[in-house]
Design a protein around this ligand. Structure first.
Ligand SMILES: [Mn+2]
Length: 348
């Protein structure tokens, strides 16, 4: 397995030096953040990240994310142009040594939380989700303040976009996803770059928009759309785990054995009500997911992809990007490494 850490570039309060000091850290997960969705990432920009990482003994070989243009998700005639740009990005990234690209296929909204700094009993803060709060918001009425929303949309722009999605139901979204995969995967195979779709977060439809990367049945369907090890998953335990029907250790074991998980996001969440959850420390006892069983499933299926500790709490007075501080994520990485070593030695 290859341990990795997400880095938001030169403006990230967490530095590459910080990351390099975390024990057993290998790879940096990053992206070119300055280029709008649907445009080409120039080789010089990619090279800059690579060189900066190498200066600290780290490798830039995994990207999160290359975003998918809404026209592709909507199946508009312009999608072919955006798919060609996507293929160019795959080629450019491959030349710099990138092996895996994470992306998602959620219409309009990315991940959603109702609060980014919920105060825990010990004074740390967490990202949390309360369904009632989210359902009480109406993006069409200009309620655009919810964490996770792309604040670059104007009310009018969002209205237009939401209207365009009126005719896109789940089946139509599946079709558009399949079209996208068939457009890019031949390039991935040629360039030896694996695609890793991130599950929808939370894994259910929001504001009448369809979400399809949500559960085992749908992941099975997704993998069959293009049956190749290059068409894989970013298996995010926290995103999928908020639906208690998803048996996370068993799903990890199954998809890892199939060699369809190029990238693992490992974090814990605690169910605190129906469709309500808190993000917690990584260790099993704090949340609803058995992190030991998850890591065991990976070790026992000889997982050799990338792992990154997903969101952490804010602890020790750290300020910065919610979910992406240094300390709690570093503790997560060390915990996962500890489990890995113990399970691997037990097995030998
Ligand atoms: Mn994730």
């Amino acid at each position: 397995m290859k341990m990795s850490f997400r880095w938001y570039g030169e403006n990230d309060p967490v530095t590459l030096r910080d990351i390099s000091q975390i024990p057993a850290m290998r790879s940096v997960v990053s992206a070119v953040y300055s280029v709008p969705v649907g445009e080409v990432w120039q080789p010089e920009e990619i090279e800059k990240i690579k060189t900066a990482c190498e200066k600290h003994g780290l490798i830039f070989d995994i990207v999160e994310s290359v975003p998918v243009h809404e026209d592709i998700k909507l199946g508009k005639p312009t999608r072919d142009r955006y798919i060609e740009v996507y293929c160019q990005n795959i080629r450019n990234l491959s030349k710099a040594g990138v092996k895996v690209i994470c992306y998602n296929f959620m219409p309009v909204f990315d991940w959603l939380r109702s609060d980014l700094s919920h105060v825990n009993a010990d004074g740390s803060t967490s990202l949390v989700y309360r369904d009632k709060t989210v359902l009480g918001m109406d993006p069409r009425k200009g309620d655009l303040s919810l964490p996770g929303w792309d604040s670059s949309y104007t009310k009018e722009g969002l209205d237009v976009l939401l209207n365009e999605y009126k005719d896109i139901d789940e089946e139509k979204l599946w079709e558009n996803l399949s079209y996208f995969l068939h457009g890019i995967l031949p390039t991935c195979e040629e360039c030896d770059v694996k695609m890793a779709i991130h599950p929808d977060d939370p894994p259910w439809g929001i504001f009448g928009l369809p979400r399809i990367i949500t559960n085992e049945k749908n992941l099975d369907r997704f993998l069959k759309l293009y049956d190749s090890p290059y068409n894989g998953l970013t298996f995010c335990t926290g995103s999928l785990g908020v639906n208690p029907d998803n048996d996370i250790p068993s799903m990890v074991r199954k998809y890892s054995a199939m060699d369809r998980i190029p990238f693992m996001h490992i974090r814990n969440i605690k169910h605190v009500g129906e469709r309500d959850f808190d993000e917690t420390a990584h260790k099993t006892e704090y949340g609803s997911l058995d992190i030991y069983a998850i890591v065991k499933a990976l070790v026992e299926t000889n997982f050799d992809g990338y792992i990154r500790p997903d969101h952490g709490r804010m602890i020790w007075g750290e300020t910065g990007r919610p979910g992406y501080g240094l300390y709690d994520r570093a503790l997560g990485a060390v915990y996962i490494n500890g489990l890995w070593e113990a399970i691997e030695k037990d097995r030998a």
